[in-house]
Unconditional design. Sequence first.
Length: 181
Amino acid sequence: MWELPDAKTLKGKRDRAILSLLLACGLRRGEVAALELDDIQRREDHWAIVDLAGKGGHVRTVPVPDWVTRMIQDWICVAGISSGKLFRCVCRAGKTWGDFMTDRVVWHVVKDYAAKLGMYQLAPHDLRRSCARLCHVAGGELEQIQFLLGHVSVQTTEKYLGCKQRIRNAVNDRIGIEPSS
């Protein structure tokens, strides 16, 4: 989905950056709309969104993959953004308009590209859940996914992943300290 926007246009570059943040970083649409340029910083030799105030006022730091950072840098460069909100509206003439955009614009970006894929029921929060699942399938630890998404309760993360505790073949059945006989 994140590859659908035309990378040759200003709007396409913006939309690629938005979709990549939703899908690879698990951000909420309001978090994307509220991002400031200064929120993205280098930490521990990696790009991250620092001190992101999420739902319930919970603050977290979100690692940003290099490929997502490139999408953001492409947008910033062509849009001429040097401070303030990271994302702006793009008018029909293909120019930035205003100093910010609302979370409703993020919603429309997702809905428009989802419709092109025939996925009419897809919403921005589905990309957040997809991020969690993709991280899990790639071997991400439940605790790290919880940190990434900013969930206070691990049960919320488990719901996103569809995880259930296994009693048969449990995780602690063979941990290397069992008696040999």
